[in-house]
Design a protein around this ligand. Structure first.
Ligand SMILES: [Zn+2]
Length: 356
């Protein structure tokens, strides 16, 4: 029998019970050294809250003054990450918060996947390709149109990858983490290409993830990475309203030189880097949507202690409706500026292709 969906009252009670214990337990102890280079010269780059769902809690992004690595500190535990990720997709029904969720999903757009798949064409004709953090398998499905003779497999920590296989988007579904040695051993030296799109920033230890990628790549195989660029000028311009900060879900933001250095230390040759194509035109609309969400009356969410009064609910709906033309204009501006901005320091993401 399928599980009965919980009523909003039941979900509100469940959240209330969880939140009664406070949110401190969702954080690991704060660290006083850089997880990338060990330096103790840290500065606070950002203090923010959960601006998308507006669940309780405060998040800090520290930056290393020696290597410029940025990271969530204190970091969320696995339980904390699950708490803040839960019910994110429920917001899609709401005009404003739904826009933010859709903007966050914009990196998964088909055209961007095609461009990334084509970037690999110049370097190799792979027979086997593993997409790590594949989710529903949208990247393999799009990349298959560019590489029709390649067998695409997917790996993801969630059961979305199993659905991706059922939908025919991947040939093999591997559920779990690449850093799980049983998975890495089973897939040892099997792949011509391993890809990770906006995946490393979500992992507890990006370097461990890269080492695991080396295990499953054949000698001479290619690794394709795309991640947000913490050096983007949008970060300084927009501060906590910059969607790429992605708090509380992004644990690490790595400057390009750090990832290049790490890949070289692993014995890789850097084949290509690109800041232009991976730019995602959503910075201004994302910032506006987050800021509007901050000033509009509270949404009806099960983690609020009480449902909004009818007047608040009506006001939220009316103001959201009123702001939607402005959001649409801002989103159009993001797209209009993209051809220019992607050539400047405003590009918000970068790609690396490295050969093992
Ligand atoms: Zn450092």
């Amino acid at each position: 029998m399928p599980p009965t969906p919980q009523s909003i009252a039941e979900r509100r009670a469940a959240y209330a019970a969880e939140l009664a214990q406070g949110t401190d337990r969702f954080h690991e102890p704060r660290r006083d050294d850089c997880p990338w280079c060990g330096s103790r010269r840290l500065r606070t780059r950002l203090v923010t809250s959960d601006l998308v769902q507006r669940k309780p809690g405060t998040f800090v992004v520290d930056e290393c003054e020696d290597c410029a690595h940025a990271f969530q500190n204190p970091r969320l535990t696995a339980e904390g990450l699950a708490f803040y990720h839960r019910d994110l997709r429920d917001l899609r029904g709401d005009a404003l918060e739904g826009l933010v969720v859709r903007l966050l999903g914009a990196r998964a757009a088909r055209g961007r996947h095609h461009a990334a798949a084509r970037a690999m064409l110049r370097h190799t004709e792979p027979e086997s390709w593993l997409d790590v953090g594949t989710g529903h398998g949208h990247f393999p499905a799009a990349a298959k149109e560019v590489h029709p003779y390649t067998a695409f497999d997917g790996l993801d920590a969630t059961r979305r990858v199993v659905k991706a296989r059922a939908a025919g988007r991947v040939e093999e579904a591997h559920r779990g983490r690449l850093t799980d040695s049983r998975i890495a051993e089973r897939l040892r030296a099997r792949y011509d290409v391993v890809s990770m799109f906006h995946h490393l920033e979500h992992t507890a230890d990006p370097r461990e993830e890269l080492r695991a990628a080396m295990v499953v790549l054949r000698p001479g195989g290619h690794l394709l990475l795309e991640v947000p660029d913490p050096d983007s000028a949008f970060g300084a311009l927009l501060g906590k309203w910059w969607v790429s900060y992605g708090q509380p879900r992004h644990l690490h933001l790595m400057p390009l030189p750090n990832l290049l250095g790490e890949l070289e230390a692993l014995g890789c040759a850097i084949v290509a880097t690109d800041r232009r194509e991976p730019h995602i035109p959503y910075d201004l609309a994302g910032a506006l949507a987050l800021a509007l969400g901050h000033v509009l009356p509270d949404l009806d969410a099960p983690w609020r202690s009480a449902p909004p009064a009818p007047l608040q609910r009506a006001l939220h709906a009316a103001l959201t409706r009123a702001s939607s033309p402005l959001l649409a204009t801002t989103s159009a501006l993001d797209h209009a500026l993209a051809p220019l901005l992607r050539r400047t320091r405003f590009s918000n993401a970068y790609r690396i292709i490295a050969r093992r």
